[in-house]
Ligand binder design. Structure first.
Ligand SMILES: NC(=O)c1ccc[n+]([C@@H]2O[C@H](COP(=O)([O-])OP(=O)(O)OC[C@H]3O[C@@H](n4cnc5c(N)ncnc54)[C@H](O)[C@@H]3O)[C@@H](O)[C@H]2O)c1
Length: 225
């Protein structure tokens, strides 16, 4: 997005890796703000969005990408704490960011929201109940928002990738889980990071102006609609 001329506000609970990305964006000649915030906490999200608006004056695009995978285990072994953590970051986090940003988008009569779910939320994966439930929730959230916000010029879409190559989340998964998820992809390879980024960029662009409320599955043939 920075390559295409966007100024960026980057939000993450860890500031250090964020600063590295911010530096890359600056080198591309774009303005960037890196803010440490926990997306599952309304106070953090509200403060981050206020700061973003103070610096840039408006927010055109929101990408809800923060997510955690939670445990890989049978449902009876999932703790209440693990369930809450996964739902709070993946689903409540997206809701809170939307809640904070939408008043500004409504005022300007323009907005693009892209939620990052997972093919896991479309089709389900054994031993990943909180994650699948949260990602399926994001799909419902997207459809409701698309209908509610269409009259205000705000489009909302959701992407549902299969296992992505080389992210920290993927690298954290147990080998058994990575192999299980990789086997489910008919094209026989993992999703590439730039393929997810390109799809998000497309959905946020004017080229996608007639698309809202849709689930965009990026899964090498898995979970065909
Ligand atoms: N990796 C995959 O195979 C895969 C597949 C489908 C969907 N996804 C989704 O893509 C998105 C990005 O995943 P990734 O693989 O790059 O994972 P990642 O762990 O590399 O990145 C996720 C980022 O979210 C941040 N984060 C976590 N909790 C947060 C919180 N409470 N507040 C703010 N930031 C927080 C982390 O610090 C991290 O930088 C996630 O929503 C994930 O569920 C990933």
């Amino acid at each position: 997005m920075a390559l295409d001329g966007a100024d960026l506000v980057l939000i993450d609970k860890d500031l250090e890796p964020l600063e590295k990305v911010a530096e890359e964006v600056r080198r591309l000649g774009r303005r960037v703000l890196a803010i440490k915030a926990d997306v599952s906490k309304w106070g953090d999200v509200y403060r981050a969005v206020e700061e973003a608006v103070k610096v840039f004056g408006h927010i055109d695009i929101l990408v809800n990408n923060a997510g955690i995978e939670g445990p890989f285990d049978f449902v009876e072994n999932i703790s209440e704490e693990d369930w809450d953590a996964v739902i709070n970051v993946n689903l409540k986090g997206a809701f809170l960011c939307v809640k904070a940003v939408v008043p500004y988008m409504k005022k300007q009569g323009y907005g693009r929201i892209v939620n990052v779910a997972s093919v896991a939320g479309v089709e389900g994966n054994a031993k990943m109940t909180p994650y699948c439930a949260a990602k399926a929730g994001m799909i419902g959230l997207t459809k409701a928002l698309a209908e509610e916000l269409a009259p205000y010029g705000i489009r909302v879409n959701v992407v549902a990738p299969a296992l992505i190559e080389g992210t920290a989340l993927t690298d954290r998964l147990p080998k058994e889980q990575r192999e299980f998820l990789a086997r489910k992809i008919p094209l026989g390879r993992l999703c590439k990071l730039h393929e997810v980024a390109d799809l998000i960029k497309f959905l946020a662009s004017d080229a996608a102006d007639f698309l809202t409320g849709y689930v965009h599955i990026l899964a090498g043939g898995r979970a065909r609609a």
